[in-house]
Design a protein around this ligand. Structure first.
Ligand code: HXC
Ligand code: NAP
Length: 294
């Protein structure tokens, strides 16, 4: 595990928090788990691959110094498996009061090449999976008067811009964002907060293998698309999410926070491409504009 950077929040900021992280056995989910554990939370990670989860738990224990971490296998697409996983976690920890919907499936493809099943598999992992977890956890929190609760949904910036070549993912993430904002209002009366985080490019094996296969990583260098000219660091995302899980963010509800080095705005501003104009060209252009005024 690479992250040796101290968390942003002070020690024990998350004591009393028990957080379920879907897809917590790899990539960004594992990075979030590490930071939450370092801050004193109890953490349960879940996904489909038991061996991966078991190894991740051992790694997380060693690197965080906190042994309050467990796993439950489940395919988030299946409501019965989700219910069983949350029950297993409650049996281990007694209860839980945080949820990070992070599990996702994705790959790049021209949309016309997708089978109906290929489209469905992404919608099912991302949107149905988030719905399954949220509904099961929400009903439990309401029935047992568990409060306060914080839910963080990991989306992307194309949840609102849309994007070609990842259309099922864009549609599903947009649905997750709508679910986030809707429940932020409806379930606030139960002292539950719902927020989303939209990361830009953060190198992970899972994302890079599926979104930038072959020489696409060289041809479409993700760092070059970012005004800050770099990709994100896992601990930067983990700090943001730990803040949203913590009570320090108690008045933030229904928000989507972008953490992308300015990437999506770079594409949105009509004149941002003018970055390529050289100082000499600017001198000439200025002269041209001024002479027109005369
Ligand atoms: C076209 C494809 C395909 C591809 C799979 N399929 N890969 N079609 N191009 N590259 C089709 C299959 O042919 C099949 O359809 C259907 O999709 C289901 O495939 P399975 O392999 O049976 O599905 P499954 O085993 O459930 O695996 C799901 C998966 C896989 C999504 C395909 O990649 C996975 O497990 N991913 C989990 C992790 C992941 O994706 N992480 C990246 C998250 S990154 P047919 O019709 O043939 O049966 C991310 C970043 C967002 O979200 C933003 C970045 C900026
Ligand atoms: P990752 O390592 O591939 O993470 C995806 C996780 O989801 C895996 O641990 C996987 O575990 C789990 N998962 C997939 N299908 C599942 C299912 N049906 N049931 C349960 N778990 C399932 O990729 P990542 O880059 O860390 O992505 C994490 C999140 O960040 C995703 O929501 C992604 O959309 C978002 N994101 C990432 C980036 C980026 O640049 N990396 C950018 C924007 C948004 P199993 O295979 O064991 O099930």
């Amino acid at each position: 595990m690479k992250n040796n950077v101290s968390p942003m929040l002070r020690d024990n900021s998350l004591t009393g928090k028990t957080v379920v992280i879907t897809g917590g056995g790899s990539g960004l989910g594992k990075a979030m788990a590490l930071t939450l554990l370092r801050l004193g939370a109890r953490v349960a990670i879940c996904s489909r691959n038991e061996e991966k989860l078991r190894n991740a738990v051992a790694e997380l224990r060693t690197h965080s110094g906190n042994d309050q971490v467990t796993y439950a296998t489940c395919d988030v697409r299946e409501q019965a498996q989700v219910d069983a996983a949350l029950e297993k976690i409650r049996n281990t920890f007694g209860s839980f009061n945080g949820l990070i919907n992070n599990a996702a499936g994705n790959f790049v493809s021209p949309t016309e090449r997708l089978s109906s099943r290929a489209f469905d598999v992404i919608i099912d992992i991302v949107l149905r999976g988030t719905k399954n977890m949220t509904l099961s956890a929400g009903k439990y929190w309401i029935a047992n008067n568990i409060r306060p609760v914080s839910v963080v949904n990991i989306v992307t910036t194309y949840a609102w811009t849309g994007s070609g070549y990842v259309v099922p993912s864009a549609a599903a993430k947009a649905g997750v964002l709508a679910l986030t904002r809707s429940l932020a209002v409806e379930w606030a009366k139960y002292d539950m907060r719902f927020n989303a985080v939209a990361p830009g490019p953060f190198p992970t094996k899972g994302a890079w293998e599926r979104l930038l296969p072959g020489d696409l990583a060289r041809k479409f260098d993700p760092a070059a698309r970012v005004p800050l000219r770099r990709t994100g660091r896992h601990e930067e995302l983990a700090d943001l999410v730990s803040y949203l899980i913590s009570d320090f963010s108690g008045y933030i509800n229904g928000e989507v926070i972008t953490i992308d080095g300015g990437e999506w705005l770079q594409g949105a501003g009509q004149f941002n491409g003018f970055e390529a104009v050289t100082p000499e060209q600017w001198d000439a252009l200025q002269q041209m504009i001024k002479s027109k005024k005369k």
